[in-house]
Design a protein around this ligand. Structure first.
Ligand SMILES: Cc1cc2nc3c(=O)[nH]c(=O)nc-3n(C[C@H](O)[C@H](O)[C@H](O)COP(=O)(O)O)c2cc1C
Length: 194
């Protein structure tokens, strides 16, 4: 058992979004995925994140609103650019937004709350992968724009951790170079000289 979990983690990779197809996770599977995503380190038990599900017709509505916003920001869009926005959330059968919702706390800094959200997003993707689905987490331009976040259903004080695209995936992800541990790991040798 242990070695299969390690093999799973050592081969984790994102799937290309345009190769994520129907079917999306069932309701029972979605519940399992979100339950796993909620079981993450959370300093102070603040639950500083939430999930938004985009599926069915809602994905197309998001695309229409993003195309309108892009047009307001950039001027008239060419047909290709317009299609790009219209289909943003419709490429995969399901998109799960992981939203960071910072809470008031005299003790826990907000960056820790954001990190907890990142862990939730990663656990969410791993849980979907463990159930056999492909995933890909992206943020993209609309996550960095207040009007974009509003379109996607966020409150002004909230931030996007990631939009995890989920679907059935029959391919094999292209392997990309992974970091060389040699440059990342050291034994502690005392404080840095100031
Ligand atoms: C917070 C965050 C935001 C990301 N946003 C994007 C994005 O907007 N567009 C994109 O192509 N990849 C984005 N990525 C990268 C992909 O999630 C993915 O990691 C990358 O394609 C490499 O694939 P891998 O998961 O197989 O390592 C983002 C990653 C993180 C952690």
């Amino acid at each position: 058992m242990a070695s299969s979990v390690i093999d799973f983690l050592l081969s984790r990779a994102s799937a290309p979004i345009h190769e994520l197809k129907e079917p999306a996770p069932s309701e029972a599977e979605l519940r399992t995925i979100l339950t796993a995503a909620s079981r993450v380190p959370d300093h102070g038990r603040l639950v500083p994140w939430r999930f938004i599900i985009y599926r069915g017709e809602a994905r197309h509505r998001v695309g229409e609103l993003l195309a309108e916003l892009a047009e307001r920001r950039e001027g008239p869009l060419g047909e290709g650019r317009r299609q790009q926005e219209l289909t943003r959330f419709a490429r995969a059968p399901m998109v799960i937004g992981v939203v960071s919702c910072p809470k008031d706390s005299p003790k826990i800094p907000q960056w820790e709350m954001l990190l907890s959200g990142g862990m939730a997003a990663h656990s969410l993707a791993l849980a979907a992968n463990a159930l056999g689905y492909g995933t890909n987490l992206i943020t993209n331009w609309y996550s960095d724009v207040p009007e974009g976040r509003a379109i996607l259903g966020l409150e002004p004080h909230e931030r996007v951790v990631g939009f995890v695209h989920v679907g059935s995936y029959a391919g094999t992800p292209l392997e990309r170079p992974r970091p060389d541990l040699a440059g990342l790991v050291s034994d502690y040798s005392g404080p840095k000289d100031s």
